[in-house]
Ligand binder design. Sequence first.
Ligand SMILES: Cc1cc2nc3c(=O)[nH]c(=O)nc-3n(C[C@H](O)[C@H](O)[C@H](O)COP(=O)(O)OP(=O)(O)OC[C@H]3O[C@@H](n4cnc5c(N)ncnc54)[C@H](O)[C@@H]3O)c2cc1C
Length: 494
Amino acid sequence: MAGAQQTPRLRPHSLPVTTIDLPPAAVTAASQPASAHARRVPGARRVPRWWRDASVAAFWLVLLWVTALWVAHGGVQDLGSLSGALTSVGRLTGLVSSALLLVQVFLMARIPWFEQAWGQDELARTHRLVGFTSFNLLWAHIVLITLGYAAASTLGLWGTIVDFVLNYPGMLLAVAGTVALCLVVVTSVRRARRRLRYESWHLIHLYGYLGAGLALPHQLWTGQEFLASTASTVFWWSLYAACAAAVLVFRVGVPLVRSLRSPLRVVAVHEEAPGVTSVVIGGPGVALLRPAAGQFFQWRFVDGPGWTRANPYSLSAAPDGKHLRVTAAHVGDGTRRVADLRPGTRVLVEGPYGRLHAGVRTRQKVLLMGAGIGITPIRALLEDLDQAPGDVVVVHRASTREQLVLGQELFDLASSRGARYVTVEGPRVPGRDTWLPASAAHLSDAEALAQVVPDVAERDVYLCGAPAWMAAAREAALACGVPPTHVHLERFEY
Ligand SMILES: Cc1cc2nc3c(=O)[nH]c(=O)nc-3n(C[C@H](O)[C@H](O)[C@H](O)COP(=O)(O)OP(=O)(O)OC[C@H]3O[C@@H](n4cnc5c(N)ncnc54)[C@H](O)[C@@H]3O)c2cc1C
């Protein structure tokens, strides 16, 4: 251990830290099989492990089936001539683009089994990737089909375009749909998105549904593949119907029924620190929601104009069946208005969502790491997790001691539950993505983690914080020997 002695140690314990030696029972428990520690979590539907593989297989089967239909309907034979080849490949790109467009809608339909298998953040990232691919293929479709038809006609390129738009049924609507999709994609490019208010971006993003809907008539009326066989027609109608049903049921129906059946209201609002507010929500509906600590909801506070916009907030305390609590840092209009909420305000929710809960736990020993406002689900988990003294370590990162959101609560909870609470304070290291403060810049991320939590490799690691911080903490955990499947995280930004 000579190397470790030479390395300057972190001085993270700026709040008093309770360190309790691991009792032998906990050490034994740590080597039990993974499933022994996962707890049945009420709001989280238990999705079998194979669900992820099955959903990936279903995705590729859809694309394979689309291609098979194209082959069955003469797609390969048409490759013989230039115009035939352009049109045929154009048809294939259009079909794959349509299928991906529907997959994209499906991914964001908030289907509980998908949500639990993948997590909303991963679904959102896949949605983005699938979306850009679908859009590129859409343009390949437009260009190839136009060139193919122009090559076979005497009208020339511009004449063919005009002919298409004016004389082919459903094409004007498809053009309008393409414009809507262009708007969605352009505003989703990261640089453009950063300049837009989230509200405006989200509103424009909803035009994606319009784009998908407006593309349908031209497929129905002129799309050779859509009508070429019964198998084809049934397949495409089923895909459109499944997507529409998923959105209507899970994005509209379920939240609406829940909110009407189980009314919720603001019970109390209090300031945790300057710029950070907690809201307690209660009502007969709380018990019916069956959330788990660590999960989040999309919240709508019906307090006046603008209430229709939902904001996601994690539970910052373990649910007790009567009340829910969220804690919001004021970063924009939505979070700032939380401070002005009054008791009695009606609350509408969608959820619970999220995979950061006790149900994904694989080991008895757990490391909970939170930074900034990302500490909210960590605080709830600390309260909720089954634990013996020493099982749980909490690492809390903030720029200053004053910014340790819910710090006193975490300290009190840790003390009463026998957990270790470690705070890591200080400004960021300039020019380096790290989970450490500048005062520990001489250490690598993994070295520091191993110093603070020497048995980290035996633990499940739950992470929540800014994306770069979380990525650095995750890398450090992996470098210390934590298997990737034992790291669980929630992104507050998609
Ligand atoms: C799963 C999840 C859990 C979260 N939990 C908490 C929490 O417990 N406490 C807390 O303070 N913050 C939490 N956040 C972040 C919080 O939702 C945003 O800070 C808040 O919605 C910002 O809204 P605004 O109007 O104040 O600011 P804006 O200026 O409108 O938005 C600031 C940034 O917040 C993000 N954002 C805004 N609205 C949404 C939305 N509806 N969905 C996703 N991202 C959005 C965008 O990246 C946006 O650029 C969570 C976010 C997610 C995704």
